[in-house]
Design a binder for this molecule. Structure first.
Ligand SMILES: *Cc1c(COP(=O)(O)O)cnc(C)c1O
Length: 300
């Protein structure tokens, strides 16, 4: 843990997010080009899309001269982890409102958050449902004083702005598909808004449920974005639901890591590459298709 905290002296470096080509027979045989944008390399503990989502929120909090961040998440949330790390790195006070009770409090995410100085408050799953309601937020202000609120999963208009920076002009002009995982869909929405309507943004859902099919469309409206339509959502690769896995996925992750040297995990990046390789095997993409997969991080 101490060595982890030492890492928090270095700033996230977006220029480390380089593009790497995957050369495997399954791709070459089908004539598919698959490149990976390594957002996971931006920082060891503030990696990938969680940094992108926090960046403009941190600037906004500082602009408002508010050095206290409060946010919400489950006991294994990458967003809680990243917000705690950001607090440590930028010397901000952080408070995490955690869904469920202290019983969950021994896991690595919460231990890390505590070590970064995050204050943790555990609330029941029932109370957690009120997390966006004004009366509940007022109650929290009574308890903690004024704070800068970052919603669950970090998705808000500043997060979308940060995620737009994942995609460059060269990317959307070159690739036919940009593939990205969806939790709240904030990251995919930012990428879509940055696409200028070019390329096709393929969101793969980490959660079970058909409601995910239209989350990007909803966020487009909610945040008043340009409303590009060059996207679709794929919902059949959840492997049982959020943070769940399957023997096929576990197997795939081991194979993929061995053959490419790129680390992936079972909540997000593993499901992304599993989905792409399955779609490629089933000829979803024409020969000659160029795909850019966004590796959003999530590794410990
Ligand atoms: C949170 C997270 C996502 C999902 O991002 P959303 O903006 O919530 O859709 C994807 N990948 C990783 C590694 C994450 O931690």
């Amino acid at each position: 843990m101490v060595s982890q905290i030492d890492f928090l002296k270095s700033l996230p470096d977006e220029s480390l997010s380089t593009i790497q080509t995957i050369n495997l027979p399954q791709l070459i045989n089908k004539g598919i080009r698959l490149d990976v944008k390594r957002e996971d390399l931006v920082h060891p503990y503030l990696s990938g899309n969680k940094w992108r989502k926090l960046k403009y929120n941190l600037l906004e909090a500082l602009k408002q001269q508010n050095r206290k961040l409060l946010t919400f998440g489950g006991a294994h949330s990458n967003h809680i982890y990243a917000t705690a790390a950001a607090g440590k790195l930028f010397d901000l006070q952080t408070i995490g409102i955690i869904r469920g009770h202290e019983l969950d409090a021994t896991n690595e995410t919460l231990a890390f958050a505590k070590a970064c100085g995050m204050g943790l408050k555990f609330i029941s799953r029932q109370d957690y449902k009120n997390k966006a309601e004004n009366s509940f937020l007022q109650h929290l202000k009574g308890e903690f004083g004024d704070f800068y609120l970052i919603p669950e999963g970090g998705t808000n208009t500043f997060a979308v702005k940060g995620c737009e920076e994942i995609l460059s002009r060269a990317d959307y002009l070159h690739y036919d598909f940009i593939a990205v995982m969806m939790g709240t869909s904030g990251t995919a929405t930012g990428i879509l808004n940055a696409s200028s309507g070019f390329s096709h943004i393929l969101g793969v859902s980490a959660l079970k449920g058909d409601f995910m099919a239209n989350e990007i469309g909803k966020l487009n409206v909610k945040y008043g974005l340009k409303g590009y339509l060059n996207y679709s959502a794929i919902t059949q690769y959840h492997h049982g639901g959020y943070a769940k896995s399957s023997p096929e996925l576990d197997d795939f992750i081991v194979q993929f890591q061995t053959k490419t040297g790129i680390p992936i995990e079972h909540v997000y990046s593993g499901k992304l590459f599993y989905a792409l390789f399955d779609l490629i095997a089933k000829d979803f993409f024409r020969a000659g298709t160029k795909i850019l997969a966004i590796h959003t991080g999530g590794l410990r």
